[in-house]
Design a protein around this ligand. Structure first.
Ligand code: ZN
Ligand code: ZN
Ligand code: FE
Length: 750
């Protein structure tokens, strides 16, 4: 029988194909189908030369297209085929990486896989209790990658030379560590270290000492993937109080890492979607409702009805949690600063705080960039990012044309690089007013554009004249596009869902408005790159700057003064005089309205962290809902203006100042906001013929409000879109900015 003539193809595969075991997969498929040739990493893609019979090649390409069945982490964005010349190749080889242009996905850091986890506890395995166990499917990635292609030499694993056994696994095609760039074992990999005043311990001794101290209620610094955590038992009141003093953190709840899902189920209500999020490859912190009384000492959650839960994602976490069941793991920093990620900084932090911290558990593998734990939850049945960092960055969040860098905003800073058809989102940097955060932001813009080989032709920033990110944009020596803050919020939803024309409700704390006022309760008609303000919350004159915005009691006083209602605030007279003398600034912020209502009800008076008062108000409403308390009837007035609709909250403020039942009011207020959103959207939808609604801005982190809003809008046959891949808070606006640019630049560039 004739052998069919062999053909040859060049196959370029773009997408998430590096750092997840893609080349070994290609190698095994080639062997199975009797295909000769080669595979190599090429910049961010994989390049395959394949030679075989036409039917073998066909099967081979099918297998590549369906690779995610065998490689759950693979994401293929494009396969390009071209004919090649047949050669004498007798085998299939994994070649040295080359570099090339083209879209590339860099793998985020991955949690320890089941197989590697099993080895940790298997006494006969040579990787038993190996604190840095990884394979092609798991381990650190983005946090240790210096450059592409993803080879050991381009990571901070380059310092650890593979022992002969590890080298053998690395080169054996049937091994699950075949071409695993992070492969190592106890004899050749990084070393676990413990340092305190008594000296330095290594490996088992280091682990045992750390565990003993944690069990005796001490606070430790523990090195993770994207930085250092402060760790202690959530059951010891004294330790947690010490941790709060150390972090200068008044009341924001601490996240708790649990041994496993069943341990979380003992304390929290967990839906299948939430379980999916907790066990997803990003291993985010997921805020969950407590099922009963707070299981820890009250200092951990400080009266919050939710607990931020997460699961171990490194072998070290796994081994520590097996012995402790639950640990507070919170970013090592002082309130507001970014997470500490360098060993010298961590050791110095320990040295300066020895009265509170009992030692440092770390290792000699360098972390290249700081990555906080991500925070995500399920809202309206879909994931919502609250903080997008480790495990998600630097994956693209949308497809976008053009080459540009969008700098986002100053709070919850993150930037977005558009290149090669994708919008790559950076990690979270915190607030840029913090010098360390700003330094990290600047450093990572350079590193990030280098990693993705991006050559931005334009920079995009918020239209706020005093934003730090905006001032930095001016130093980039690129044409500059400025984008209105709330337009960017709505555009971030349009980018994620590929929408061209929407009615957007952008509710947040503060953003610079086109008229110079502080906006934050906005309805915008957004089409391609343009936005028109269609409705907004009535202006209230507020006194003071950013610091005053934290003071909900003062905000409430300003709302009362605006209604000519008596205010018992100690500075009521001064505030009144300031307003009368034009020293206040007009604000249409929904965030401030939530603050005012929270303070008027006596639910909360001060935001020690962003959104604290609104969170208290939501929890009050949730509590009322669970107790079947009826919502108090109230409504906004919608007033037709020449230019846009103005939404008056006068009646609500009047009612709040005399409210008797806090829970009933809080619930009624949430319902009134949701009804108002539906009503305004319906009115605009009829007039404009737009039936797609985008909700974004920090206020939509309120689960109760968002879910009721979405429900009411759906009842009106409107389609509702929310952020899923980037946060609805200011951490997502860089994506919106990049989207607006991609829809055509027609605004003035400076
Ligand atoms: Zn693994
Ligand atoms: Zn080894
Ligand atoms: Fe905002």
């Amino acid at each position: 029988m004739d052998n069919p003539k062999k053909i040859a193809k060049q196959i370029i595969i773009e997408g998430m194909v590096q750092g997840i075991g893609f080349r070994p997969f290609v190698y095994r498929e080639a062997l199975r189908l009797n295909i000769t040739g080669s595979v190599r990493n090429l910049g961010g893609s994989a390049a395959i030369f394949a030679m075989g019979t036409p039917s073998a090649i066909e099967h081979f390409i099918k297998a590549l297209e369906n690779c995610s069945k065998k490689l759950p982490l693979a994401q293929i964005s494009r396969i390009t085929l071209s004919d090649a010349i047949t050669t004498e190749a007798q085998s299939f080889a994994i070649l040295q990486s080359g570099s090339a242009d083209g879209a590339c996905f860099i793998s985020p850091d991955l949690p320890t896989c089941h197989q590697c986890e099993a080895e940790l506890s298997s006494t006969h395995n040579r990787r038993n209790r190996h604190y840095f166990n990884t394979c092609t499917a798991c381990g650190p990635r983005y946090s240790i990658i210096e450059a592409l292609p993803y080879d050991r030499a381009n990571t901070t694993m380059q310092e650890f030379e593979k022992c002969p056994l590890c080298q053998a696994e690395y080169t054996a095609c049937e091994d699950r560590r075949f071409h695993a760039e992070t492969v190592c074992c106890r004899s050749c990999g990084p070393e676990l270290l413990f340092k305190n005043q008594e000296g330095l311990l290594r490996q088992e001794a280091a682990f045992d000492q750390a565990l003993t101290l944690l069990k005796s209620n001490q606070i430790l610094l523990i090195k993770g993937i994207g930085g250092y955590h402060l760790a202690c038992s959530p059951f010891d009141r004294e330790a947690v109080a010490r941790l709060r003093r150390l972090k200068k953190r008044a009341s924001k709840p601490f996240a708790v890492m649990f041994k496993d899902i069943s341990e979380i189920k003992k304390h929290c209500v967990l839906s299948p979607a939430e379980e999916g999020l907790l066990t997803s490859s990003a291993r985010p912190i997921v805020p969950l409702y407590l099922s009963g009384d707070e299981p820890f000492c009250s200092e951990v959650l400080s009266q919050s009805s939710t607990c931020g839960c997460f699961l171990p994602y490194t072998p070290l976490h796994r081994l520590l949690l097996e012995k402790t069941d639950a640990l507070i793991l919170t970013s090592a920093n002082i309130n507001g600063s970014p997470i500490i990620f360098e060993d010298e900084a961590a050791l110095e932090f320990y040295h300066n705080n020895r009265q509170s911290i009992s030692g440092v558990l770390y290792n000699n593998r360098k972390i290249l960039r700081a990555l906080e734990d991500s925070v995500a939850r399920i809202i309206n049945g879909k994931p919502q990012m609250l903080r997008r960092s480790r495990g998600y960055a630097p994956l693209p969040a949308a497809k976008i044309e053009g080459e540009a860098v969008a700098l986002g905003g100053d709070l919850k800073a993150s930037f977005c690089v558009a290149t090669g058809g994708h919008a790559y989102m950076s990690q979270y940097f915190g607030d840029l007013i913090n010098c360390t955060a700003y330094e990290g932001f600047k450093r990572e813009i350079k590193s990030f554009t280098g990693l993705f080989n991006a050559q931005p032709t334009l920079a995009i920033c918020d239209s706020h004249p005093d934003y730090i990110s905006g001032n930095y944009a001016k130093t980039l020596k690129l044409p500059l596009l400025t984008v209105q803050h709330h337009h960017a919020h709505i555009a971030s939803v349009m980018a994620e869902h590929g929408l061209k024309r929407v009615i957007g409700a952008a509710f947040d704390g503060t953003g610079y408005g086109e008229d110079g006022a502080v906006w934050g309760g906005e309805f915008l008609i957004c089409e391609l790159n343009s936005a028109k303000r269609a409705a907004h919350l009535a202006y209230t004159p507020l006194v003071g700057g950013d610091e005053a915005a934290r003071d909900a009691a003062q905000t409430a006083a300003c709302f009362l003064i605006n209604e000519n209602l008596p205010s018992a605030h100690i500075h009521a007279d001064i505030l009144k005089a300031a307003i009368q003398n034009g020293l206040a600034y007009p604000s249409s912020s929904m965030g401030r309205l939530f603050d005012a209502v929270a303070a008027l009800l006596g639910a909360a008076y001060y935001n020690s962290y962003e959104g604290e008062c609104a969170v208290r108000l939501e929890q009050l409403a949730e509590g009322a809902l669970k107790a079947c308390v009826l919502p108090l009837e109230m409504d906004f007035d919608i007033i037709e203006n020449t230019e846009s609709l103005v939404i008056s909250h006068s009646k609500i403020i009047q009612l709040a100042s005399t409210a008797k039942d806090k829970g009933s009011f809080a619930l009624g207020f949430h319902m009134a906001v949701a009804r108002m959103v539906a009503k305004v959207c319906v009115q605009i939808a009829r007039r404009e013929g737009i039936y797609q609604i985008a909700l974004s801005g920090g206020v939509f982190q309120n689960k109760l409000l968002t879910e009721v809003c979405a429900g009411l809008l759906k009842e009106q046959n409107l389609e509702v879109y929310l952020n899923e891949k980037v946060p609805p808070n200011d951490g997502g606006i860089a994506l919106g900015q990049a989207f607006i640019y991609s829809q055509g630049v027609n605004k003035a560039c400076v």
